[in-house]
Design a binder for this molecule. Structure first.
Ligand code: GTP
Ligand code: SPV
Ligand code: MN
Length: 596
């Protein structure tokens, strides 16, 4: 075995110990150089892990296919392993640390035989920033290494930083047999450790992402008085040249990536709006000396949903993925280009589907359902710097100041297009009671409505009741707290058609939100919060049929009385741990509804 290129004893000892457990052929340290990356790509092509795409049409890009039962996060196999069960809360699967280590050790034992163990030192956030956290991932997957090189700042510079600081998250991953029955995604927040085994799907194995930057980070953030959130961050350059930054939490596959890089619709572009993308999935936010909330995106890449990405819905992403992208579970065309449902151009006459089978349009499965070319949760990873709207403040160690926080879900009914909450506490209530219809980003029944507080249900690394408490407390630490809003792009008519065109047009709603932040418009007070007067949403260049905007903004008493029942049921599971302030907000909403 080669010498370990670090003096950090903790790191050396840990790598040696894990190697003893997993028994790899050899250990390779990732240094972040192009030369090493090229070798890994070549080896991954030879082993069949990656397929090189058309070098002219997709320079430096690859396709990967996962196992067919390994296509999304497996929430039922994801655990928070705290000493006390209550610390994981009713929102998480829990296992006692000793039992969890024992169970996983049996699978990790010898799991890297015949393979190389890669050591990836990575930083979430700019290397050396006080905002950032370091992790080291050990993995036997070249696919993981190549993706981590896109999604995080990985390599030599981080190793140098680890000569100065001792603290890092210990991340161990092995594909093992890619067997769903031997798959575990374990988090040990008290040990700053993550163990993931038996999967090759992004959210389960790119351990810097959801595992570190949300589950472990949310646990640390509570202790250290900051926020680790499932939020996009974007700058909106107003016609006067001033840039306002917002952060928005929507559940998985509910539109964060699309919003974060929207291109203004013609009707507003002429006014002079421009968008700056800071992040599309995760925000780490701290209170600064000015009393405001400042945010960084800890990631350096996007792990975006492929289906429906096209020049109409997201032209910036189409430009971003032109080069340097790794696609997963999309369709391969005969000319070695890729396609997915809702991509630009013609539907290909034939190709190889995400399962590696011959495909042509019109194929049906045994139950008569169309066979898709790309999996609904097919994705790509790509560096943020490829994005035409990438913010010039990405490397700023301090991040950007946040004027508004936006919560949102996918609701056919109930939630109006947008509303503003009355104050921070009411805003936290709106976040805590968020609900959304299930998407393909997690295994389970599509369309089922579930409560997903602050879009963090699958990602909060501790008891959510304590998390709500933390949010309420954070409001008190901020003299200049952002205003909190709620949006819903997904309201439908009686026939199930979306009432709101969404995507680029969402800027019209953001414009109203910024107008409210800057006291530029009045609003209509309803029991759930302030909604816009229809005339205050700039509809230049957008023709919605008469009455549609009114329907989108409608707050229906019967819907909300029904909603109260769901909220009560959801809150009740937290028993005495739920902050009293949230029950107060519940009662206040109930009484406002009754008298309305
Ligand atoms: P994760 O990466 O899973 O966290 O997802 P995300 O929140 O970044 O979602 P993304 O932007 O990738 O969008 C997911 C799906 O929602 C895609 O199929 C989009 O086409 C669709 N979508 C996004 N924005 C809108 C919108 O404004 N209206 C409608 N109707 N659909 C949208
Ligand atoms: C999500 O599901 O919210 C994602 C993709 O962003 S994953 O990395 O799988 O979590
Ligand atoms: Mn996400």
């Amino acid at each position: 075995m080669k010498k370990f290129p670090t003096h950090n004893k903790k790191l050396r000892d840990w790598v040696a110990k894990m190697a003893k457990l997993c028994q790899p052929l050899d250990i390779v340290w990732i240094n972040g150089t192009d030369a090493q990356k090229l070798i890994l790509e070549k080896e991954a092509i030879e082993s069949g892990e990656l397929i090189q795409l058309n070098k002219e049409k997709h320079p430096d890009s690859f396709l990967h296919r996962t196992a067919i039962d390994d296509v999304a996060r497996t929430e039922h196999l994801t655990f928070i392993c705290t000493k006390k069960k209550a610390d994981a809360g009713p929102n998480n699967n829990w296992m006692a640390p000793t039992a969890a280590y024992r169970k996983a050790k049996a699978i990790f034992k010898g799991s890297m035989r015949g393979r190389i163990m890669y050591v990836i030192p990575f930083s979430m956030g700019p290397v050396g920033s006080r905002f950032s956290k370091i992790g080291v991932e050990l993995t036997d997957s070249r696919y993981v290494v190549l993706n981590m090189l896109i999604m995080t700042r990985a390599g030599e510079a981080v190793l140098r930083q680890l000569e100065k600081e001792d603290n890092f998250t210990k991340c161990l991953h092995s594909k093992a047999e890619l067997d769903i029955n031997k798959r575990l995604i374990l988090h040990f927040p008290e040990d700053n450790t993550i163990w993931s085994v038996g999967s090759g799907y992004g959210g389960n194995v790119l351990l810097g992402k959801k595992c570190l930057s949300l589950r472990i980070a949310s646990f640390l953030a509570r202790r250290e008085h900051w926020l680790a959130e499932h939020m996009l961050i974007m700058g909106i350059e107003e016609p006067n040249g001033h840039i306002e930054y917002i952060a928005a939490a929507f559940p998985s596959a509910c539109g964060k990536t699309n919003l974060a890089m929207l291109v203004p619709p013609e009707g507003l572009k002429v006014k002079g709006y421009r968008i700056w993308t800071v992040g599309d999935d995760i925000a780490w936010m701290r209170v600064d000396s000015d009393g405001a909330l400042w945010a960084i995106n800890p990631e350096s890449g996007f792990f975006g949903v492929a289906p429906n990405t096209n020049s109409e819905t997201n032209p910036n992403m189409v430009a971003t993925i032109k080069k340097g992208a790794i696609f997963t579970n999309v369709l391969l065309k005969p000319d070695k280009t890729v396609w997915w449902e809702g991509a630009d151009g013609e539907i290909p006459a034939n190709g190889i589907d995400w399962q590696g089978r011959a495909w042509k349009p019109g194929l049906k499965d045994a139950t008569g359902k169309p066979i898709l070319g790309a999996h609904p949760n097919s994705r790509f990873t790509v560096p943020i710097i490829n994005c035409p709207s990438a913010s010039f403040r990405l490397e700023q160690h301090h991040g950007v100041p946040i004027s508004a926080i936006i919560f949102g879900g996918r609701r056919q009914q109930v939630a109006p297009l947008v509303y503003e909450t009355f104050n921070w506490q009411h805003g936290v209530f709106a976040g805590a009671t968020m609900a959304s219809e299930r998407t393909a980003a997690q295994v389970g029944e599509l369309g089922e409505v579930r409560r997903d507080p602050l879009a963090m249900l699958p990602f909060c690394g501790y008891n959510m009741a304590y998390y709500f408490r933390h949010w309420l407390d954070m409001g008190k630490r901020m003299p200049k707290a952002p205003k909190i809003f709620h949006v819903n792009w997904f309201r439908t008519d009686d026939k199930g058609k979306f009432l709101w065109p969404g995507f680029t047009e969402n800027l019209r709603v953001l414009e109203w939100i910024l107008d409210r932040c800057n006291n530029r418009v009045e609003a209509f007070k309803t029991p759930i919060g302030y909604v816009p007067y229809p005339a205050d949403i700039d509809m230049t260049g957008l023709n919605l049929s008469g009455g549609t905007l009114e329907k989108l903004l409608e707050v229906r008493k019967t819907d909300w009385l029904e909603e109260l029942k769901g909220i009560k049921k959801f809150f009740s599971q937290f028993k005495q741990d739920l902050p009293a302030e949230l029950w107060q907000e519940y009662t206040a909403l109930a009484s406002r509804l009754k008298t309305s």
